[in-house]
Structure formats: C-alpha cells, structure tokens
Design a protein around this ligand. Structure first.
Ligand SMILES: *[C@@H]1O[C@H](CO)[C@@H](O)[C@H](O)[C@H]1NC(C)=O
Ligand SMILES: *[C@@H]1O[C@H](CO)[C@@H](O)[C@H](O)[C@H]1NC(C)=O
Length: 339
C-alpha cells in the first residue's frame, strides 16, 4: 500500500515538474490551455488576460488615420540563414544566432533600429480562417509575421520582448493563388514544410533573402500592441503591409499536413493557430496611404493629421487642410483581396 502511494506521489511530482519546467511549451490554441487561459496558466503572462493594448486586432478601414510623417520602412537586403521549426504551437523560422550579417529593420513608425529574429506562420485548416489580424472583419487564410527586437536598447529578443519598445512585428496577410511572378525566395521556405511535420522537428534554411519576401509596396498600417503569443507583452509596434503574399494551393496543403504532436502521438493538426482578435480600446491605427491622392472621394470631416489647429504655426495649415483625406477606406480592403 505504502509502496503504491509512494509510486503515485513520485509520478505526480514528475508530472508537475514536467509542466512547470516547460511553461514555454505548455500552451495551445484551444481547450483549457487556449488563448482565454494563457494569462491564468502562468503569472508572467497575466497581460494576456489583463492587457488593454493587445494584438491581434481587427482593422477598421474607415477609422484609419492618415499620418503624412510616416516614413518608408528600411529593411536590409542581406540574406539570412536559420532554422525552420515545428514548435507544436506554430511553425517558426529563427535566424542563426551567430550569423555575421544581421538584418536591420528601421524607418516607418519605428524610433529605433530593430534586428530581425524570427518568422511565425499562422494559418487555417480551411480557407475561411487563419490570419490573426483582420481587416474589416475579414480573415485571411494565413498570416506571416516577421519579428525583430530593439537592437539599440536590448541584447536579444528574450530581454527585449517584455521591455518598452522592445519588439517590431511585420505582418503579411497570406492569400491563396498563383503569384504573378514566381516568388523563388518564398519557395525556399515552402519547400521545407514537409520536413517539419512533427513537434520538435526542424530544418535548416540557408541564404534566405528576407527582404524579397516583402510585398512590393511601401503602403502599410501601423499600431501599438503586443506579441500575439504568450506572454502577450505590450511592447510591439505592428506594421501591416497593404498587400498580401500569395502561396499556392499545394503549399497550403503541405502546411495543413503539419501536426502538433510527435510522430508517435501526432495529436491534432498544427493549423488554426491564431489568437482571436482583441479589443482596440481606443488605440489609433495609422497609415501612410494618402487616400486623397489616390483619387477617391473626398469628405470634409475625415480624421487625418492635417486637421486645422488652433495654434497656428508659421507655415500655412490652411492650404493643407483643404486637401482633406478621403473617408472611404474600403479600397484598403479591396487591395487586400486583389493584387
Ligand atoms: C545594422 O546596423 C548596425 C549598426 O548600425 C551596422 O553595424 C550593421 O552593419 C547593419 N547591418 C547591415 C546589414 O547593414
Ligand atoms: C539575453 O540578454 C540578457 C542580458 O544581456 C542575458 O542575461 C540573457 O542570457 C540573454 N539571453 C539569451 C537567450 O541569449
């Protein structure tokens, strides 16, 4: 009897130790370890439940604020090498730590220089879900997120992610379709999907020209939020490009074969790994898209950064304020659907 209870106790201890020793891994996208519980599983992740500046969000096109001071995004052209890994929660590409040439990200809304670190792949098991961010309540079949950390203030991602201005997230919506010009660079990644079928499996990818994964536009939306995985730290500047990335049906099929578990216990498919959208709570989403210049309809009460000020500066605001910016923002959405 005593032996038996001792055995059970040992077993319990082992189990508990296993779980507490790997908080990092013990979370999912559904059930009792799903997004609604992330903040309860681990006290260090309390922002997941309490935070009011969380990501992802639904972007409402008619509430975008045109900001003429937003610059172009600078993204180094260097190639990077790293490892594509099935973590059991996501498909993640992480750059080689001791790589000589790091990829800098700066400009846009960023006040600091950030260093590229990792890519997260979010996708649905069906075409009607997958992306984390939504545009006008439209969900895309997938979303690719490039994360970088603030290299001017911090040493690495683990330090930066829970500190002020620590992280940048660059988001590319994924559409299914034949890309116009074959994106050879993306194929370097998609060809490796079937090498990382199970949790813990990884596959090296060499000389990936990151910058050519980005769409050929400088139009973007930006807001301040959090990492979309635990601990949901509110340290991220988000940049969402106004043009999707195209992957083929076959590539999407390959993605959907990936599993959450090991080869022995594959569990469920890895897909549908998206955190639900979080309330905006009066945050502003800015854009560098000047809708007026694009020849859309003009209305006088639109929110934009050229609004009349009661404090007059030396230069004339008047001539600017006449050029009011179109309120009709529906073409943001259209652009996302079309190419
Ligand atoms: C990134 O920025 C650092 C610091 O300014 C610089 O030393 C490095 O050469 C930059 N990387 C590239 C690829 O330009
Ligand atoms: C990150 O940087 C901090 C501060 O320098 C250091 O203590 C920590 O060990 C580093 N972590 C990793 C994973 O390199």
């Amino acid at each position: 009897m005593q032996q038996c209870s001792l055995f059970i106790l040992t077993l319990l201890c082992v189990t508990v130790k296993d779980i507490s020793g790997s908080w990092e891994e013990w979370w999912t996208y559904d059930g009792i370890s799903g997004p609604g519980f992330w903040g309860l599983i681990n006290p260090q992740w309390s922002m997941c439940n309490k935070g009011r500046r969380q990501s992802p969000v639904n972007i409402e096109p008619d509430k975008l604020l045109f900001d003429p001071w937003l610059r172009d995004i600078q993204f180094d052209k260097h190639k990077v090498s790293g490892v594509l890994q099935n973590t059991g929660q996501s498909l993640v590409f992480r750059v080689e730590k001791d790589s000589k040439h790091q990829v800098n990200i700066s400009g846009g809304p960023l006040s600091y220089r950030y260093q590229f670190e990792e890519i997260y792949f979010h996708y649905g098991m069906g075409d009607n879900r997958g992306s984390e961010h939504q545009i006008d309540h439209h969900t895309f079949p997938g979303e690719i997120q490039l994360y970088g950390f603030n290299k001017e203030l911090y040493h690495n991602m683990s330090e930066a992610q829970h500190k002020s201005q620590g992280v940048v997230g660059i988001s590319l919506m994924v559409q299914i379709g034949e890309p116009k010009e074959k994106n050879k660079e993306l194929r370097l990644v998609t060809n490796a999907f079937n090498k990382v079928m199970f949790r813990g499996s990884s596959y090296p990818i060499k000389h990936l020209p990151l910058s050519s994964l980005l769409p050929d536009t400088q139009q973007y939306l930006t807001y301040e939020g959090s990492t979309t995985h635990p601990g949901c730290w509110e340290t991220a500047v988000w940049i969402i490009f106004n043009k999707p990335l195209y992957i083929t049906k076959q590539e999407m099929y390959a993605l959907r074969q990936l599993m959450q578990g090991s080869q022995l216990t594959p569990k469920a498919p890895l897909g549908n790994n998206a955190r639900p959208v979080q309330p905006l709570h009066h945050r502003t989403v800015r854009t560098n898209i000047n809708f007026n210049k694009q020849g859309t309809q003009v209305s006088s009460n639109c929110p934009d950064m050229y609004r009349n000020m009661h404090y007059t500066a030396r230069y004339s605001h008047r001539s600017r304020s006449k050029k009011s910016i179109a309120c009709k923002r529906k073409n943001v959405q259209k652009k996302c659907h079309k190419k």
